[in-house]
Design a protein around this ligand. Structure first.
Ligand SMILES: *Cc1c(COP(=O)(O)O)cnc(C)c1O
Length: 393
């Protein structure tokens, strides 16, 4: 009888823990681009590394198991995974997309897919009624990101899946912020789970990679065909780096999420912070849905200072986090959406979505939380107290 083991243990004790040929306890990196065929009539499992490679396959099978799917696919970036999944669509199809979707996905939909006759509508997916009213007869995909970036809005996954199924659409979900350690969308009825493995899965700011997982065999066949046809596969060194990062996923996310909650609470009580966005805070509008559909709140939060001037002062004085794009790493990363992820968006549109000049996003790493809080405390002491911050108290 097979023993049921926890996610944490599965990260280490899986099919790939020992190389059958040598006993090696790390997956061998197979550099070969081509494979000798021993039999003239029957070819072996591998022939060419774009179509299949043992190292990449180890990662693909691992993520499939962790997400509870039948098959996983590894790509050269998160955007390569997302873009390849969109190739499931055809001319004349319509896709319904969450309003605060990742910037690269926004660009792919609005500047590339549109040229191929794929229509789109952006909606606020926290409002299921709004989603329902925008479904068209040609809607083929509902595209979800939850919690969203950078405002951490929570979408009811099962609510979306219900609408999608009733209207014959597929549900795609970008699970980058949660990872299967905290949220398993396929169990909730989602069809395609997508990842920027660059973030928490690899976890060390040293590799760019993407993953996709499906739970339906037919969809798996179609996506495999597209992966091989489009060819944006992950290189073997990078596949190995993601596999290594995955081993510590549980412990990294656990620590970072605990620290994120502590920092969110600290910032909520600070007079110079106007607002804090973190689903772990009980007053967050998505708190109860998040508790229901995920097993944690994650390591990313956003907070609002008065204005750009306040942000400038804070960033100038803060010492520990790196000031950079990206997230999901061992070191804390502080980002400024107005000038980074959402720089391309017109200011009015950006502000309408709540991404104002005072908004900062923090991805919490593995530093001691008291060090991070002390650092924020000293940096905030330089920020001028404004009348709006005072009245917000
Ligand atoms: C970073 C990111 C992506 C894109 O992934 P890349 O690996 O940078 O191509 C997609 N979705 C989310 C939520 C991300 O954070």
């Amino acid at each position: 009888m097979e023993q049921r083991i926890s996610f944490q243990t599965k990260l280490l004790h899986n099919k790939w823990k020992i190389d059958r040929q040598t006993g090696a306890v790390s997956v061998p990196i197979q550099h070969a681009s081509t494979f000798h065929q021993f039999d003239f009539d029957t070819f072996g499992k591998y022939d060419y590394s774009r179509s299949g490679n043992p190292t990449r396959e180890a990662l693909e099978e691992t993520i499939a198991e962790l997400e509870g799917g039948v098959r996983g696919f590894a790509f050269s970036s998160g955007m390569a995974a997302i873009s390849t999944a969109f190739l499931l669509l055809s001319k004349g199809d319509h896709v319904l997309v969450t309003e605060d979707v990742y910037g690269g996905t926004y660009r792919m939909i609005t500047e590339v897919l549109n040229r191929f006759g794929i229509e789109y509508t952006f909606v606020d997916m926290t409002d299921l009624h709004e989603v329902a009213t925008h479904i068209r007869p040609n809607t083929k995909v509902i595209y979800v990101e939850t919690p969203s970036n950078p405002l951490l809005k929570v979408t009811d996954i099962q609510g979306i899946v219900k609408l999608a199924k009733a209207n014959g659409c597929l549900t795609f979900l970008d699970n980058t912020f949660m990872t299967p350690a905290l949220q398993r969308p396929l169990d909730l009825g989602v069809d395609v789970v997508l990842h920027s493995a660059t973030k928490f899965l690899a976890g060390h700011s040293d590799v760019v990679a993407g993953l996709a997982v499906v739970k339906d065999e037919e969809l798996a066949k179609q996506l495999y065909k597209l992966q091989n046809a489009f060819g944006a596969v992950l290189g073997v060194q990078d596949a190995w780096l993601v596999l290594r990062g995955l081993k510590t996923l549980h412990v990294r996310l656990k620590q970072s999420s605990e620290s994120a909650l502590a920092i969110a609470r600290y910032l909520s009580g600070h007079p110079k912070v106007e607002e804090v966005y973190y689903p772990g805070l009980t007053h967050h509008p998505g708190h109860s849905i998040q508790r229901y559909q995920a097993s944690g709140f994650g390591a990313v939060l956003s907070f609002r200072l008065a204005d750009e001037e306040a942000v400038r002062t804070f960033v100038k004085h803060v010492r520990l986090p790196v000031f950079a794009v990206s997230l999901g790493a061992v070191e804390s990363i502080l980002s400024y959406p107005a000038k980074m992820s959402h720089a391309a968006m017109p200011k009015e549109e950006r502000e309408r979505r709540g991404i104002t000049d005072g908004l900062l996003r923090l991805s919490v790493g593995l530093e001691a939380v008291e060090d991070l809080i002390a650092d924020f405390e000293q940096a905030l002491s330089y920020v001028k107290e404004t009348s709006s911050a005072v009245s917000a108290r």
